[in-house]
Ligand binder design. Structure first.
Ligand code: CO
Length: 287
């Protein structure tokens, strides 16, 4: 029996791999790589960060999804999306789009700029079997709608989804895997603790600076630097300390589904037969 009343410690650190996707966008695949195939319910995490238009201008033209959710969070630059339900919009710096593909959506995600820095993330969150064929659903919030909670010693957290210990609630609600998606900013020596349910897998991805993840014994601490993801092990809380000023990280957690996963490009189902059906439905215009 594991002790659940404990700080989560780092069990694995991964840097991700260079990849291209869409029509030729240069990105780093952090989850969904040979080293870290998935972290249930998270199927993929991509980071894109470049001020060279050649790395992003081709964008992600029309493509389908079925069976999971795509979450785009921008730090710099703008992405325009359009989909076959007639929705369209622009996600700017600090904005988030949480799209539940459900039974099927066809969309494009294109940079809304021809030069300058484009920096953001796309996370894929799995859906349980009961929700894979649900109606597509979609929400989008700009930076002004995402609450910023101030903590001690210059620490602050932007709450995209979930509720913090101090009661700040993110605008994205009613997600089936009850995720926590926090953008945490720390100064040197500022400390940040947060409860994470034992039912959830969790990770930190460091955007800038260096963070220490404090384990149960004070001497057990692991550093995670910019560009690295640290998988958090069992426990019910996380304790972080900034080791540099202006450290920034994503703290993301979600409830484990524990279901079989069948992946085929933009479709994620439970069985191969369901993948075959997804391809057939897409090709016959059912999306
Ligand atoms: Co997409």
């Amino acid at each position: 029996m594991k002790n659940h009343e404990a700080n989560r410690q780092i069990t694995h650190v991964s840097k991700g791999i260079p990849a291209t996707d869409g029509a030729g966008v240069t990105l780093t695949r952090i989850i969904g790589s040979p080293e870290l195939d998935m972290l249930d319910p998270f199927l993929l995490l991509d980071s894109f960060a470049s001020d060279d238009p050649n790395d992003y201008i081709a964008g992600f033209p029309l493509h389908p999804h079925r069976g999971f959710e795509t979450v785009t969070y921008m730090l710099a630059g703008k992405m325009r999306h359009e989909d076959n339900t007639g929705r369209s919009g622009v996600i700017g710096p600090g904005g988030v789009q949480w799209m539940t593909a459900g039974r099927g959506i066809i969309h494009s995600e294109m940079p809304e700029q021809e030069e300058g820095l484009l920096h953001g993330f796309q996370l894929w969150v799995n859906l349980p079997a009961t929700e894979k064929m649900s109606e597509p659903h979609y929400r989008e919030y700009d930076a002004s709608e995402i609450p910023i909670e101030k903590r001690e010693a210059g620490a602050e957290v932007r709450v995209i989804t979930g509720t913090t210990e101090q009661g700040t609630k993110g605008p994205v609600t009613d997600v089936i895997t009850t995720p926590l998606y926090l953008d945490v900013r720390l100064m040197k020596s500022s400390r940040f603790t947060e409860t994470i349910p034992v039912t959830h897998n969790a990770f930190v991805y460091v955007v800038k600076g260096v963070v220490a993840v404090i384990g149960e014994q004070l001497e057990v601490e692991e550093k995670v630097s910019a560009g690295f993801l640290g998988v958090l092990g069992d426990g019910n809380r996380v304790e972080l300390v900034g080791l540099e000023d202006e450290t920034q990280l994503l703290l993301i957690a979600g409830c484990r589904l524990g279901e079989p996963v069948a992946r085929g490009g933009p479709f994620v189902m439970n069985t191969r037969a369901e993948l075959t059906q997804a391809v057939r439905d897409y090709q016959s215009g059912q999306f």
